[in-house]
Design a protein around this ligand. Structure first.
Ligand SMILES: Nc1ncnc2c1ncn2[C@@H]1O[C@H](COP(=O)(O)OP(=O)(O)OP(=O)(O)O)[C@@H](O)[C@H]1O
Ligand SMILES: [Mg+2]
Length: 288
């Protein structure tokens, strides 16, 4: 059964999509994991990180995308909508599948605002969970019904944040929002909602200000922060331009090599963190 993990921050531009795509690529390439990345943002940034626009345009109209899933159209088939080995054309990475997004997802949100159930995604994931090690959900920068669907389906959530005031300020609010969402089922033995899989410092610059906020976050959330940080690097923009994640480059050179190494180490830490949460959940559901 797959471990389902939501990449979450209500703040925009903190690196959620970059982390989702690079983590998925690194898990597939360096750790032989089978990954499904689910693009839940109408901006479709994760989709365009790895898919050419023409390929995507054809795919969404013939095979479907996340907006069709939420519309729950009768003809929607999840297995048909998944793009298998989405980046193998650009680089030899296997085991990374994508469920692409579509700007129409924004209408789904507006129209279904309070009516969409939070279990739509969970029910679809049950169909394919056995095929994957991890299902990673890249969310929009808000707490809309689509984001809530992702959380409802998830075992854990990871918070990427830039080490600055505005980006880190929301971490507490975000945790409280997740707790509130699951408050009605808090005492259920079967399911208590997703656990915090970790806070990941991203776009880190070698400035005193960033150093200060990195220390502050580690102090405020002891044990919850990934040891590995992700540096701010222009190679990210180049990767998106080429539709080839940094974690897929072979060989990676210069700054890209440094960043690829960071993503690789972070992905290894991710595996360990999620494993620990799994063990913790198991122990809680079967107390001695
Ligand atoms: N490590 C990095 N170094 C330099 N630039 C980065 C890095 N990570 C992300 N970026 C850039 O920052 C911008 C925002 O990144 P990204 O799209 O991953 O953030 P996001 O949190 O998903 O944004 P949104 O909230 O809009 O979905 C992009 O232009 C991306 O190329
Ligand atoms: Mg994004």
């Amino acid at each position: 059964m797959a471990q389902i993990v939501t990449i979450l921050n209500f703040k925009g531009g903190v690196g959620k999509t970059t982390v989702s795509v690079e983590l998925s690529t690194a898990l597939a390439r360096f750790y032989d994991k089978k990954i499904l990345l689910v693009d839940l943002d109408p901006q479709a940034s994760a989709t365009f990180y790895v898919m050419e626009q023409e390929h995507w345009a054809h795919w969404k109209s013939t095979n479907g995308s996340t907006s069709d899933l939420f519309e729950q159209r009768l003809h929607f088939s999840l297995s048909k909508a998944i793009v298998h080995d989405v980046i193998k054309g650009n680089a030899p990475v296997f085991g990374f599948d994508l469920l692409p997004s579509n700007p129409d997802l924004v209408d789904v949100d507006l129209r279904l605002a309070d009516f969409v159930g939070y279990t739509v995604l969970q029910r679809y994931f049950e169909q394919i969970s056995a095929e994957y090690d991890y299902i990673i959900c890249d969310c929009p920068p808000n707490f809309n019904p689509v984001t809530k669907n992702a959380l409802w389906a998830s075992d854990a959530y990871v918070i990427p944040t830039i080490p600055d005031f505005l980006s880190t300020y929301g971490i507490g609010l975000l945790q409280r929002s997740v707790q509130k969402l699951f408050a009605p089922i808090k005492h259920s033995k079967l399911f208590t909602g997703p656990l915090l899989g970790g806070i990941l410092l991203t776009r880190v610059k070698a400035t005193n200000l960033h150093k200060h906020y990195c220390n502050l976050v580690r102090q405020d959330y002891p044990g919850e922060v990934f040891n590995q940080m992700i540096s701010d690097s222009i190679t990210v923009a180049a990767a998106i331009e080429d539709r080839t994640p940094i974690s897929a480059l072979n060989p990676a050179k210069g700054h890209a090599q440094d960043l690829q190494y960071q993503f690789q180490i972070m992905a290894g830490e991710f595996i360990n963190r999620i494993q620990q949460l799994q063990a913790q959940k198991l122990a809680e559901s079967h107390p001695q």
